[in-house]
Design a protein around this ligand. Structure first.
Ligand SMILES: *[C@@H]1O[C@H](CO)[C@@H](O)[C@H](O)[C@H]1NC(C)=O
Ligand SMILES: *[C@@H]1O[C@H](CO)[C@@H](O)[C@H](O)[C@H]1NC(C)=O
Ligand SMILES: *[C@@H]1O[C@H](CO)[C@@H](O)[C@H](O)[C@H]1NC(C)=O
Ligand SMILES: *[C@@H]1O[C@H](CO)[C@@H](O)[C@H](O)[C@H]1NC(C)=O
Ligand SMILES: *[C@@H]1O[C@H](CO)[C@@H](O)[C@H](O)[C@H]1NC(C)=O
Ligand SMILES: *[C@@H]1O[C@H](CO)[C@@H](O)[C@H](O)[C@H]1NC(C)=O
Length: 268
């Protein structure tokens, strides 16, 4: 081996090693470990004991459905990232598959600081029927619409708020933010708004529903002493078992009855 092949050997070795390092924090790829490493429930402040399809940010990737990742700040603030926007999570209601969230930039200041619409990843979430939209208009010429008042003057040239989903019209930009119907009622045309009341409405957040279930398959799994997780080989929710087979539809624990269709389910 001459020195050049030797150095390229080490280069290759280093690259492999780096790749290995990047893969490791997301957890082992050995199915035997799946059950053991997915034992955590997510708890943070008032949100406690949240399991699959969610995972905590430090749990292995396969412990949760892709995209349903919860983070905990200062031991009390739960956040989730949806299409590049950070939301604070106010509640997670597993029985109805809903959660209440609020844009992080709205928690910091009454009017959204990031000029982006609230956009969900519709492959993961739906709006629930309890919401209505407010539209913030930025960079408006002086508007002379009765009842429409300036709600913020923080860095932008005046921000107005309207109910509903509106385009920018004569203003420079519009930003749509959902709020709960029960709190957003007062924002009909002509309803005058003061920013204290607006703060309260916005900080209640809005509700979304996650589409993929922990569901029946998952409760069967848990009943059979398994833990739900995500099988990246099949792109589906799977049941991780403490003993072989480590990935199945249900485990052999509890009632001992492993469904024979289980293996087939994961093949197709
Ligand atoms: C999210 O942010 C990243 C980095 O800023 C950007 O490359 C990507 O296009 C953004 N994705 C969306 C959906 O806006
Ligand atoms: C709110 O706006 C979004 C798009 O920004 C839309 O998909 C949704 O249906 C609207 N909700 C209501 C209640 O109008
Ligand atoms: C709207 O944006 C344009 C271009 O950036 C700027 O010149 C104008 O002053 C803005 N209008 C208001 C009312 O802020
Ligand atoms: C937000 O959505 C409205 C209505 O769909 C659209 O007219 C506006 O341009 C969007 N704003 C931004 C910042 O993309
Ligand atoms: C703002 O509105 C709330 C609720 O309608 C009211 O209680 C409060 O007194 C108002 N504040 C000001 C400064 O008008
Ligand atoms: C799983 O889904 C991802 C993203 O949708 C896709 O890139 C990947 O090829 C899929 N894998 C399998 C095994 O279907």
């Amino acid at each position: 081996m001459n020195s050049q092949t030797l150095s390229s050997f080490f280069l290759l070795f280093n690259i492999k090693f780096l790749i290995l390092l990047q893969v490791l924090p997301s957890g082992s790829s050995n199915p035997e470990e799946f059950y053991k490493t997915c034992g955590n429930k997510f708890s943070c402040g008032s949100i406690t004991n949240i399991g699959y399809p969610f995972r905590g940010i430090y749990d292995p990737l396969y412990c949760g459905y892709p995209g349903l990742v919860l983070n905990c700040r200062q031991d009390e603030i739960t956040t989730i990232q949806i299409i590049n926007t950070t939301y604070r999570v106010l509640g997670i209601y597993e029985t109805t598959q809903t959660m209440r969230i609020v844009r992080e930039d709205v928690m910091r200041a009454t009017c959204p600081q990031d000029i982006v619409n609230t956009t969900l990843d519709y492959s993961l979430f739906d709006y629930s029927a309890t919401n209505t939209n407010l539209t913030f208009l930025y960079g408006c010429p002086t508007l002379n619409i009765p009842g429409l008042s300036l709600v913020c003057n923080n860095g932008y040239n005046g921000v107005y708020v309207l109910s509903g989903t509106q385009g920018p019209g004569k203003c420079n930009a519009s930003v749509v933010v959902p709020v709960l119907v029960s709190t957003g009622n007062g924002y009909g045309a002509g309803g005058s708004v003061n920013s204290t009341a607006l703060d309260q409405v916005l900080q209640q957040g809005f509700e979304i529903r996650w589409k993929m279930d922990g569901g029946k398959g998952c409760s069967d799994c848990i009943e059979s002493m398994g833990r739900c997780g995500f099988n990246f080989a099949t792109n589906r929710t799977a049941c991780f078992c403490p003993d072989q087979p480590y990935i199945s539809a249900t485990c052999s624990g509890a009632n001992g009855a492993r469904s024979p269709s289980g293996a087939l389910f994961f093949l197709f």
